[in-house]
Each structure stands twice: as structure tokens, then as C-alpha cells.
Design a protein around this ligand. Structure first.
Ligand SMILES: *Cc1c(COP(=O)(O)O)cnc(C)c1O
Length: 404
């Protein structure tokens, strides 16, 4: 088969997405002709500023926020860092208590861990075996000195959607700022920061068909927050540095498209997701679905296979032209399985045998069928060479190297 004839199927949309042609087109002038600094007062600056403010309005509309509440950042990671450190350390405070959950992205967990060094306390709330947070657990974790609650809207690995509206209500009743990482939720569910009582919300353009390296932190008016990057005072003083105008324009256009196409894309992805969740356990013996049955992102199908090492599975699927991901990370030099899968109560071996399929707006039924056609064979081939298959003298649950 020639390279051009080779089938390539992308099922890793929670890792990143393609920039849509409409988005790339909207951005291009801001690299080539309209390259002004949005803080400059001459005509180059003014045209950049106009585009930046248009983008800000588009993001505000997507979230039901006011444009003045939209802060452009370098991405989801920076937005999470700004929300957490910016609120916790407000006015130089070096103590206080933060409530978060065990399934958060590292961009939330690591800043919390960092703050512990300076004297902050962090309570990490557990989740159910389906990855769901209990609002009662959040409530019980709250203390007199709690300065922030951070709970993600939807999980990037298993797709579980958290009860953000109830947590927002709870946080408001206790006058505690509430942050949510909504990076995975954008374009896959409606979002309303007012209805959900959200004080801060993180999003990242490249997870919904915008460019990499640009994101937003929504900061509700009146939130007590300080910048974590000091400098020229751009973005109302909350995020210094010359604004990435082209990136913001791309994010704005992607936000408009996410809103415009929300219903049809969600319906399409949900149908493919449900087909996979139904068929994979039928086609592959000893396979299981991870995550929640109903409170689940429309584009997430997550599986676990006995006697399988995830990295090997990803490489075999890649060989067949299918891009997906797993919860183990041999390639990054770590044999530690994902903290999210362990939080569900899975053993290391179970967590290592996982497969994450994350759909995008362009995926087709034919592509889903192709995966369903290829997967059973790949799994059984890997099981034959697995050191922890049924026939292994060690049995499942022993040994610990990656099979590739
Ligand atoms: C991807 C992701 C991030 C990080 O966003 P970047 O823009 O890549 O820094 C944060 N949180 C979640 C849930 C994500 O999926």
C-alpha cells in the first residue's frame, strides 16, 4: 500500500484536535498583514485590538459571560495555574485551604501540590468507581479557612461529567470561589457560567479545533484574584505579555463554531460513542467500559481489557492506522498508570490495559466500523504474547514490564 492510500483514523480528540480551515483562515491576516500589537494606539494596533475584542465577545457568548470577564492566556494549563495560585495567594496570603478532586488534570493537581510547600492545605476528594464526585464529600471537606474549590466539568480520560451546578451552588452558599476546568467540555455540552454559579472557568483552544498555545480563564467580576505573571499589565492586569492576537482570533472563531454546531456534532459523536460502548464488550472477551454510563462526554469511549498492556495496544492500532490513547505511560519513562484510573479503584494491571477513544466532529461511521473490525484481532494477538495472560504461570496481576 502506498503512503497516501494508507488509512488514517484519528480517535484522540481529547489529546488535541485539528484546526478547522475556517479557523486557520480567520487567523492568517493576523500573522501577515494585521500584525499590530493590540496595545498600540496606531492603526495597526487598533485593528488588532478590534479583532481581539471581537474574539473576546465570541468567547463570552459561548460561556454566557461578559466580555470583560474573559482573560486570554497561553492555554488550559496556564488558566488552571492562574485560577488556583491567583486566588489562593491573593494579597500575598500564604495560608488557606483548597478543595479539589483526585481526578483533576495535572494542571490543577500540581499547582495545588506546589501551594502546599508555602503552607496551604489541600483536601483531595475521592470519586466513585465511575469517576463521579459526591457533592456531600465536597461539602464535608469545606473548612472555615477554605479559599477555593476546584472541580473539573468533565474528565479528560474517562469522560465523566461532574455535578458542577450543585457544586457551584454549594460554593456560592459558603461564599467560596469556585473554579472549574472545562477544557474537555467545550463543544461537547452547553456551558453557562451564570446558571452554574461558576467564578472561574478554564478552556483551551486546541481541544475544540482552535490553535495550540492559547486559552482563556473566565473570571467573574468581583473575584479576588491576582496575576501570576507580572509585566506590562495586559488583559486588565491579570495576564501580562503582548496578547497572542492571531491565537485569540482563532479561539474566538472556534468558539463561534462550537456554539453554532453544538447540537448536530454532539448527536453525531454520541451515536458513534454509544455504538462503540455497546459493541466492544460484545466483540472482545474480558473487556469492560470505564467511566459513567450516562454522565459522560458525548465523545468519550473508554475501555479496559484483561491481560493487555495499553502501550502495546496503542502501537498495534497505530500500525493499522488508528490513533488512540491509553492510561499507562511507558513512553514517558513512567510505568505509573494514570491517577484517574487508579482513583476508580482499578489495580495497576487493570489500569494498564486501558484504551481511550475520543471522537471528533469529522469521525464517521465507517471509521468506527474499522476500529470494531480491527480491535478484536489486535487484542487477541497481544494476549497470546502477554506475560500475564490466563495461561501464564504468574497469572494476571504479576509482572510489570510493558509488552510492545
Ligand atoms: C488538555 C487539558 C489541559 C491542558 O490544556 P493545554 O492548553 O494543553 O495546556 C487542562 N485540563 C484538561 C482537562 C485538559 O484536557
Amino acid at each position: 500500500m502506498t503512503a497516501s492510500a494508507r488509512k488514517r483514523v484519528y480517535f484522540d480528540h481529547s489529546a488535541t484536535t485539528a484546526v478547522l480551515p475556517e479557523v486557520a483562515e480567520a487567523m492568517t491576516p493576523y500573522f501577515l498583514e494585521k500584525y499590530g500589537n493590540s496595545s498600540s494606539i496606531h492603526s495597526f494596533g487598533r485593528e488588532a485590538k478590534i479583532a481581539l475584542e471581537d474574539a473576546r465577545r465570541s468567547v463570552a457568548k459561548l460561556l454566557n459571560a461578559d466580555p470583560t470577564e474573559v482573560v486570554f492566556t497561553s492555554g488550559g494549563t496556564e488558566s488552571d495555574n492562574l485560577a488556583i495560585k491567583g486566588v489562593a495567594m491573593y494579597k500575598g496570603k500564604m495560608k488557606g485551604h483548597i478543595v479539589t478532586t483526585i481526578v483533576e488534570h495535572h494542571a490543577v493537581l500540581e499547582p495545588c501540590e506546589y501551594l502546599k510547600r508555602f503552607g496551604f492545605d489541600v483536601t483531595i476528594v475521592p470519586v466513585s468507581s465511575e469517576g463521579l464526585v459526591d457533592v456531600g464529600d465536597i461539602e464535608r471537606a469545606i473548612r472555615n479557612d477554605t479559599v477555593l474549590i476546584s472541580v473539573m466539568m468533565a474528565n479528560n480520560e474517562i469522560g465523566t461529567i461532574q455535578p458542577v451546578r450543585e457544586i457551584g451552588k454549594l460554593a456560592q452558599s459558603k461564599s467560596i470561589p469556585f473554579h472549574t476546568d472545562a477544557v474537555q467540555a467545550i463543544g461537547k455540552m452547553p456551558i453557562d457560567v451564570r446558571a452554574d454559579n461558576i467564578d472561574m472557568l478554564s478552556l483551551s483552544a486546541h481541544k475544540f479545533h482552535g490553535p495550540k498555545g492559547v486559552g482563556v480563564l473566565f473570571v467573574k467580576k468581583g473575584t479576588k484574584i491576582e496575576p501570576i505573571i507580572q509585566g506590562g499589565g495586559q488583559e486588565r492586569g491579570l495576564r501580562s505579555s503582548t496578547v497572542n492576537v492571531a491565537g485569540a482570533v482563532g479561539l474566538g472563531r472556534a468558539a463561534e463554531i462550537a456554539m453554532r454546531d453544538l447540537e448536530p456534532t454532539c448527536e453525531k459523536m454520541k451515536a458513534l460513542r454509544d455504538r462503540m460502548i455497546k459493541r466492544v464488550p460484545e466483540l472482545v472477551p474480558r473487556s469492560y467500559v470505564n467511566g459513567h454510563k450516562t454522565k459522560r462526554l458525548v465523545n468519550n469511549a473508554h475501555f479496559r481489557f484483561d491481560f493487555i498492556e495499553g502501550e502495546g495496544l496503542i502501537l498495534q492500532l497505530d500500525f493499522k492506522g488508528i490513533a488512540a490513547s491509553t492510561g499507562s505511560a511507558c513512553s514517558t519513562g513512567s510505568l505509573e498508570p494514570s491517577h484517574v484510573l487508579l482513583a476508580l479503584g482499578l489495580t495497576h494491571e487493570q489500569a494498564h490495559g486501558s484504551l481511550r477513544i475520543t471522537l471528533g466532529r469529522e469521525n464517521t461511521e465507517e471509521e468506527a466500523d474499522y476500529l470494531l473490525e480491527v480491535l478484536p484481532g489486535v487484542v487477541s494477538k497481544l494476549r497470546e504474547i502477554s506475560p500475564f495472560n490466563e495461561k501464564s504461570p504468574m497469572g494476571p496481576g504479576e509482572g510489570g514490564t510493558c509488552v510492545q
